[in-house]
Design a protein around this ligand. Sequence first.
Ligand code: A3P
Length: 391
Amino acid sequence: MYVSIWCHSLNLSSRSLAIVLVVCVTLVYFSYSFNACLLASISRTLQQQSNLRNLLTLQQRNASSEAEANRVSNASRSSNGNSNSSTSAGPSSNSSSSSSSSTTAILNSTVSNGIASVDGAPKYQMLRQQGLRPSRHLPDTLIIGVKKSGTRALLEFIRLHPDVRAAGSEVHFFDRHYQRGLRWYRHHMPYTIEGQITMEKTPSYFVTKEVPQRVYHMNTATKLLIVVRDPVTRAISDYTQAASKKADMKRFEQLAFVNGSYSVVDTNWGPVKIGVYARYLEHWLLYFPLSQLLFISGERLIMDPAYEIGRVQDFLGLKRVVTEKHFYFNATKGFPCLFKSEARSTPHCLGKTKGRNHPHIDANAIERLREFYRPFNNKFYQLTGINFAWP
Ligand code: A3P
C-alpha cells in the first residue's frame, strides 16, 4: 500500500515500477555473486598458504636429515657440467629418503614409468601444486656388472623399493653413446621426486676401459653395484646366451682353449676374459674408493635374495622395505621369483632368457678353468676384502 501511495505521489506508471523492480533485483543478484566470488577466492588463498606451509615443513625435515647424513658419511659430493641437477637429487638425497619414504611410497604410484602416467593425472596435478614436480635426473647409482652374474635379478629386486626408480632397459651411455652427452642420458632416466634414487644398469660398464673415468666425471659420488659369480659358471652362462643366438656355435671347450687341448686357456675369448674380475676392478679403484662399491654375490642372490637385497638397501641408505616377504622359490624355474613387482601384481619369475639350462661341459675343461682363475679370484678377494669361496 505504501509503495502504491509512494508511486502515486511520485506519479510513476506501473511500467516504470516494473523497470525499477528489475533494476533492483539485478543489483541484488550482482552484489550476491560478487560476495560469493570474494569468499571463494579468500578460502582458496588460505588453502594454498596451508599447502605451502606443509611443503616447507617437509623440505625442512628432509634438509635436516640430509645434513645429518652428510655429517655421518662425510661423502665428497662434487659434479661436473650439467650433472649438478642430478647430484642434488643424488646419493645425499638418498639419506633423506628414509624420512620421506612414506611420502614417496604414496607418491610412487603416481610417478610410475614415464611421462604418460606423470602428466595429467589428478594426483600429479596435486603434486605439482605442492611443488613436488617429478623430473628426470642422472643416476645416483649404477649396476655396472658383471654380465651374466644376476644383474637383471638385482635390478628387478631392488626396484621393488618405492624409493628406487630405474631405467627399464640398458642405456649403454658410458660405453656406446657417450658422445650424445649427459642431456641425452638424463632423458633416458625415469621420473623421480625428491628422495628417490635414480638407477641404471648396463653390465658392460664394468669391463669397458673408458667407463670409470666417464662415470667419475659425471658424479664422483656415484654408488656402484657389482654382482659377481664364480667366473667359470659365468663363462658358461655367457656362452649359453651366445649359443642361443647362433645355431652353428662351436662347443664351449673348443672356444675356451687354444689349439683344442685343455692346456692353454684362450684369454682373448670374451666369456673367459670377463671373468678376470680383479683386472677390471683395479681400474675402477683408480677413480672410486672401495666404500662407494658394493659387491653382491650372484650365488647368494639365488640362494637368499632377501639377504643380498638387505645389504643393498643398507648401502644405499634406504629403509629395509624389500624383505623375504617379496620372494618365493619357484621349483620349476629353479630360481627365486617375485610375488609382485612394479610392472605386475601377480607372482612371476624373470623372463625365460634368465635361468637357462646350461650345456654339459667336460669336467676336465671345468677343472682347468678353475685352476686358471684361482690366482685372479684370490686377488679379487684381496681387493674387495670378501672371500667369495668360489671352487
Ligand atoms: P643363466 O641364465 O645362465 O642361468 P644377467 O641378468 O646378469 O644376465 O644374469 C643372468 C643370470 O642371472 C642367470 O644366468 C641366472 O643364473 C642368474 N639369476 C640370478 N637370480 C635369478 C632369478 N631370480 N631368476 C633367473 N635368473 C637368475
